[in-house]
Design a protein around this ligand. Sequence first.
Ligand code: FMN
Ligand code: 7N5
Length: 385
Amino acid sequence: MADYTSFNLEQYVRGLDGHLPEFPFSFAEWEEKATTLMSTSLLHYVAGGSGDQHTQTNNVEAFHHWGMTPRMLAAATERDLSIELFGMKLPTPLFMAPIGVTGIIDRDNDGERACARAAAATGVPFCASTLTQVPMEKIPGSLGETPGFFQLYTPSDKQLAESFISRAEAAGFKALVVTLDTWMPGYRPRDLVRSNFPQLRGWCLANYFSDQRFLDILGQDPDKDVRATARAFASVFGKSLGWEDLGWLRGTTKLPIVLKGICHPDDAKRAIDAGIDGIYVSNHGGRQANGGRAAIDMLPEVAEVCGDTPVLFDSGVRSGVDVVKALALGATAVGIGRPYSYGLAIGGAAGVEHVLRCLLAEAEIQMAIDGRADIASLRGDIQRI
Ligand SMILES: Cc1cc2nc3c(=O)[nH]c(=O)nc-3n(C[C@H](O)[C@H](O)[C@H](O)COP(=O)(O)O)c2cc1C
Ligand SMILES: CCCCC(=O)C(=O)O
C-alpha cells in the first residue's frame, strides 16, 4: 500500500534542515511559478476559461461550500487510497485529465511522454488527448502497471473516428474517454483577443497526420498544404454526436467507454441505459459553457443515479482536500487538469510527479486526521456549509 504521507514528511524534514525543496507545494505557487515560465499565448490558453471565467472561478470556490467533520479517537493510522475502475485495481483515486497541448507545455516539447512517465512512477493514470504532439502509439498507452486512457474528440468522418479508436486500443490504452462538451470550442476571449492560439494548433495534430484515413481525406483537397490544420479541426469540431450515435460508438470497441462532460442526472441515466461504462462529470474546467453551476455542485445528483457505474470527476480540483471532498460527494476517480499542467511547465515529468505526490499526500493526511481509513468510509460524509 502506498503511503504518501512519508513523501510529505520527508519534504517537511528536508525543509526544516534548510534544504529547500525544488518545487513549491500549493496550487497558487505552481500557477505563479508556471506563469513565469510559459509564453504569454500558452499561458492564456492553459490558464484561461470561457467568457468572464465565472464558471471557472466558481468551480474552485464551490469546494469551500462543502465541509467534512473530523472524528477523534479513531485515528486512521493506515489508509487505503486504492480504487477499482473498470476491473483495474488502481493505487489511488487520482487521474490526469486530458490536456490538448500537453506536448508543448513541457520545455522539452515532450509533454505527453513526460506525463506517461509520471503516471508510471505514481500509479496515477494519464488520459491522453486526441490533440497530442506525438502520435498516440508513441505515448505509450500503458506503462508498467499503470493503465492509460485515450480521450476522443470524435471526428464526424466515422471511418476516421473508428481508426482513432482502434489505434488507441492497439496502443494499449485501457479506456476510451469521449468528450461531449467541446463539439465546438467555447468563447475564450483570452485566446481570441490577446493570445495567438492558432499558432498552437499545428503542434497537437500528430494523431491526424499519422492516420491514413485522414491523409486520404486531405489528399482530396486541392489546397491541402494550406488547409491541413483547418481540415483536421473541422473534422472534430462543429458537429456534435447525438444520442443516436451511442449504439455505433458502443460497437466500435471492447474498451470501457466513458462520456466526459455529463452534468445532468437524466443524461447520465440515458447514457448508462445505452451501454456506456462510465460517467465523467465535468464542465471542462470552465473552458466551455460559461455561467453554469460549479462542477462539484452537480456531482452528487449525477452520482446518485449512477448506481454501480463508475463516476469520474474533474473541474476545479486544486488540493488534496478537494480530492477527498469529490470522493465524499460520489466520485469514483478524481481528475485534475491545470494543476499537473503547471507541474509539467515547471519541471517536466519530475514536476508532474511532484504535483501528484503533493495532492496525494494532502489527501491521505486529511483522511488520517479526519479518521477515515479508506475511500468507502468517505462516501456521503460531507455537508453543505
Ligand atoms: C489547456 C487545456 C487543454 C485541455 N484540452 C482538453 C482536451 O484536449 N480534451 C478534453 O477532453 N479536455 C480538455 N481539457 C479539459 C480537461 O480535461 C479538464 O476537464 C479540466 O482541465 C479540468 O479542470 P481543471 O483544469 O480545473 O482541473 C483541457 C483543459 C485545459 C486546461
Ligand atoms: C478547441 C479545444 C481544444 C482542446 C480543449 O479541449 C481545450 O482547450 O479545452
